[in-house]
Every structure is written in structure tokens, then in C-alpha cells.
Design a binder for this molecule. Sequence first.
Ligand code: HEC
Length: 139
Amino acid sequence: MKTLVKTLSVLVASAALAGAFSVQAEDKAAANTAPVGQVCKQGEPCASAAAAAAGGGGAKSGEQVFNTACTSCHSTGAAGAPKVGDAAAWSARLAERGKDGLHHSAIAGFKGMPAKGLCFACSDDELKGAVDYMLDKSK
Ligand code: HEC
């Protein structure tokens, strides 16, 4: 009988301890999740820090986009790409589709020209800038 009482009191004590631990754990969990719950909205300082960390910190210039994404085909004429500097090739395309049409080709693709020139991280404006850069260098 004495052992039974002892066993019971140990059980009760450990149950109380377990309760105390679980309360502590919940407090900790709440503290750990608080910062994660904060949403970083565009335009807030935390959002621009994230954008900067993602690389670039703002839009790339047409020249930068060209040098990283377009030069492989448009400097060599690979697959029939109009070469930068080839005024005849570019003016014919410009006459046919206009600047807007060429912008659209760069974004959506055109025959052998892959959509976005394979620069999937490029924004539409960055792609348009790269087209304008090539047109500028091909007059
Ligand atoms: C994998 C090769 C390749 C890459 C990379 C590439 N292009 Fe092209 N591009 C082509 C080819 C090929 C054509 C010619 C398509 C045709 O008329 O058959 C072309 C044509 C174009 C045209 C003319 C489309 C028209 O309507 O006449 C534009 C504008 C253009 N590319 C922009 C870009 C830009 C901007 C980039 C970089 C962001 C780029 N390209 C990257 C292959 C490429």
C-alpha cells in the first residue's frame, strides 16, 4: 500500500512537471513564430532589402541585359538572330513590326527567338530596354 501511494505521487508529480514543460514550450513556440508571421510588403524597407539581396537592387539597364542574356545569339547571329550592329537586318524588322512589335517578340518569342531571350528573371521593361539597346547600336 505504501508503494502504491509512492508510485501515485510520483505519477502526479511528473504529470505536473509535464504540464509545466508544455506551457513553456508553447511560450517558446509563440516567440519563435512571431517574426515569421510579419509580412514584408512591397515598398517597405524590408522588401527592398530582399530585392537587393536577390541581386541587382533595381532594374538592369538594356546594356546589362543584352550583355548577359542576348549577346550569345545576337552578337554571333546564331540560328539566324539579327546581329547587333546590322542596321539592314534590324531596320527591316523595325519597318515590319514597329518598336512595339519587336518588344513583343522579345517578351513572347518569335520563330527562332525564344521567349524572353531565355532570361526568365528579366522583367518586361528590362527586355524592352535590351531591344532598344540593340536598335540603338544597329542604326
Ligand atoms: C538562343 C538564341 C537567342 C537569344 C539568347 C536571344 N535571341 Fe533574340 N532572336 C533569336 C533569333 C534566332 C531571332 C530571329 C528570329 C526569326 O526571325 O526567325 C531573334 C530575333 C529577335 C528580335 C526580332 C524579333 C522580330 O520580331 O523580328 C528581337 C527584338 C530579339 N530577338 C530580342 C532579343 C532580346 C532582347 C534578347 C535578350 C534578352 C534575345 N533576343 C536573346 C535568338 C535569340
